[in-house]
Design a protein. Sequence first.
Lengths: 282, 192
Amino acid sequence: MRLLDALRHAMRMRRSPMVDADQAGRWAAGEQPGPAHRGLAELLAAANAPATEDELAGREAVVAAFAAEVRKAGAAEARKAGTAGSRRKAGTTGLRREVEIAAAHGAAVPQPAGRARRSRTARPVVVNVAAVLLLAGTGTAVAARGGHLPQAAQQRAHDVFSGLGVPAPVRSPQPTDAVPRASATPAPRRSATKSATTRPSASPSAAAVPAGWCRAWAAAPRPSDAPWYAELAEAAGSEEDIAAYCRALDDTGTPSASPDRSRKPPGRPSSLPTPSHRGKKK
Amino acid sequence: MTDDELGGALAAARDGDETAFAVLWSALHPAVLRYLRVVVGDLAEDVASETWLQVARGLRRFSGGPGEFRGWLFRVARHRGVDHLRRAGRRREDSAGTIEARGHAPDAALQTEERFSTSWALDVIAGLPRDQAEAVMLRVVIGLDVATTAEVLGKRPGAVRIATMRGLRRLAIHPDVRARNEAKATFVAEEV
């Protein structure tokens, strides 16, 4: 009976090997988990799977916000250049009027006219600060408006933010028509991954992702029911082509090449925690 | 994306090129979002949007290469995320646990996610102590180097190495992860 217990114990140990500090240290230093730790390799590959359309859905809104920042900066620069004459009038937007009215009522906001004379570039800052004050709904300026200003200010702030390309009233970053937009996203297209069968290095951003799957596959090169395996097979063309596909990827070197390979055990195709997100290390 | 390409996009985006900014975003947003999912859970999308907005505002004044940009981006993301956690923590003073403060309970989510899907993997990593989860995400999953990871996390490189090591070790003995190893061993046995 004792022998049986010992045998059972040995079997258990063989099946789920202990993870000693050395082993974990080697992983942390960049070694890829081997076949005995296939689960870990698969988990890391799954965490690093290609971006989904959902993840890339907010692109338009963010780029619009960026464009608005660029325009704003450009306008500030133009003002700085001293070409502003009638600009003052043009800059008197609804919000600005609101600010001036609020200031006249309560003086919680500094007199905008005086400040504008001092520095023209400071004006957007003044307006922004005023917008924040109005948004916060505090101070005598707001009180002076008899309590209905907060809502108006809120609306005004929305106008300002939508001017920046930020859809303020909508909490979600992507608009309702996100799906058609997302499909137009150029980044990691599924089709690009497929075409990589013939030219794996065609697009580095497309190739970088299968490299993560290839590492998981290299850890234990046999079929798996994990989502990444099906996708890898699809990218390679078929399950039989996976080996050749991953070899080709590794040969082109781009996705898995990394400077500190000192710990790499010989014979394994790619043994580093290379960033398979397009974000590579320095 | 190689550092050269990223560097090119970065330089153009700094000059105000929208397409280049879109390239930067497409290349790095998924990583930011996944990192934030591990840190703030369901709030990740909101925090990621704030992060990119801040980056869009500050990009003109940014000087540095792709490596520095990655460091800056994740530093902004982390600060934003930690701010959210603090606010959430203040709102719910009674729930002290870090997992609760993250805005979701990984264990509950784990049961509904398909095993070895991306969401599942992120939930498992989110179940680690936060310093380990962050180190594993930035260092191993996203692939920042030790120095950059240390800078983002405000730790010494040695501490990052240890947190990464402990995190990986803990992941390796997660029941689902171990079951995977065992399944493989059985497979070998059948083959032989």
